[in-house]
Design a protein around this ligand. Structure first.
Ligand code: NAD
Length: 360
């Protein structure tokens, strides 16, 4: 297969970790007979430095013409970097918001998987961590409370703020279909998280998702109220496979789920639109505190490339080969700075990439 990928290395540790992900992709391409064609683009601080703009329209147009975008991270030290003296719409993060909007990315996926070798980093009780977990939080990204009408005004002499939470059935159906499609590639279970005992929007989510579920008889479908889901995530995370939810609930629950895995350097993510197109990036930021030292953990970005293989290119076997290589490297005891226990030897960012590429 010929895979055309826009590569945005970005700022800080971005170039270091993306280079390693490309190394691993090339190894898998060599083994299974695929070609990955990369076109490198600028976004964030590096684009401000070159073009005076965090994301140019030309860059967006090129990204749109590819099958997928592999992104590192953007931004710098928000206290000291001159990028943060610019008006908000000219700062690095404006590039990120613009690319998500331009590409119509409405579904955000964040896996939370506990590697047995790293279970000591999990802040949950040993008896819970012992069982492990492997879930995918699927959050709606472009609707709901964060995008509804809002205003603050005085009503009868009292300051009153209003935010509105709106979803239409089409917005719900398109992400529900994605959720069930992804469950079919996993353990075939979808949990819809909502607040249907109170909110009309949640009741519409239930109605539409139930309809979609009928087209996926192999998938076990259940619903759960969001307050219960927040508890169940720390009590029994092993029960979840795909957790499907609206924007604000997903914002909160995906951070909770990340936290229980214990390491930011291991967390991948994907944002998808209605086609097979996706933007794949690590969940963490540009880590300016460790940038340029070749010590960042590239695994989050490598696992983001795994998601790209699986969800954009349907290369499931190849995705699994990389996942197994990552597991093997961890089993063999190799650790980067963020996942090493005190006193444990550490490998560099590029060494970690090479070790994984060699085991693909
Ligand atoms: P951060 O995620 O960059 O760093 C938080 C901590 O985690 C730091 O100590 C860092 O060294 C560590 N860390 C992060 N990724 C790591 C990795 N792969 N390996 C080892 N350690 C890692 O968050 P921050 O410091 O709040 O933000 C720094 C910059 O990144 C800011 O400019 C912020 O706006 C930006 N940011 C960008 C994105 C993105 O590009 N999607 C996301 C979040 C933050």
């Amino acid at each position: 297969m010929n895979c055309n990928i826009a590569v945005i290395k970005g700022d800080g540790i971005g170039p270091e970790v993306v280079t390693e992900a490309m190394k691993v992709l090339d190894a898998v391409g060599k083994k299974y007979g695929h070609t990955f064609n990369y076109e490198q683009l600028l976004m964030g601080g590096c684009s401000i430095d070159k073009y005076g703009d965090p994301l140019t329209d030309e860059t967006v147009a090129i990204a749109k013409s590819k099958d997928a975008v592999l992104l590192g991270s953007i931004g710098g030290n928000t206290q000291t970097s001159p990028w943060y003296k610019l008006p908000p719409e000219k700062r690095p993060e404006a590039g990120l918001l613009k690319i998500r909007k331009e590409l119509g990315l409405f579904a955000n996926l964040r896996p939370a998987y506990l590697y047995p070798e790293l279970k000591e980093a999990c802040p949950l009780k040993e008896s819970v961590a012992e069982r492990g977990f492997d879930m995918m939080i699927m959050r709606e990204l472009t609707g709901g409370l964060y995008f509804g009408d809002r205003y603050t005004k005085e009503v009868d002499g009292v300051m009153t703020a209003v935010d509105t939470l709106t979803y239409n059935e089409n917005e719900i159906r398109r992400i529900a279909i994605k959720g069930f499609d992804i469950a079919m590639k996993r353990r075939k279970k979808v949990t819809l998280v909502d607040k249907a005992n109170v909110l009309d929007s949640s009741r519409l989510w239930r109605k539409v998702t139930e309809e979609v579920a009928k087209d996926y008889p192999e998938v076990t479908y259940e619903t759960m109220l969001v307050d219960n889901a927040a508890m169940q995530l720390v009590k029994d995370p092993a029960q979840f496979d795909v957790m499907l939810t609206e924007n604000m609930f997903g914002d909160i629950l995906s951070d909770e789920a990340s936290m229980i895995t214990g390491s930011i350097g291991m967390l991948s993510s994907a944002s998808l639109n209605e086609t097979k197109f996706g933007l794949y990036e690590p969940s963490g930021g540009s880590a300016p505190d460790i940038a340029g030292q070749n010590i960042a953990n590239p695994i989050a970005t490598i696992l983001s490339a795994v998601m790209m293989l699986r969800y954009t290119f349907d290369l499931d076997k190849e995705a699994e080969a990389i996942e197994n290589a990552v597991k093997k490297v961890l089993e063999e005891g190799y650790r980067t700075i963020d996942i090493a226990k005190p006193g444990e030897p550490q490998v560099k960012c590029d060494e970690m990439g090479t070790l994984i590429a060699e085991r693909v």
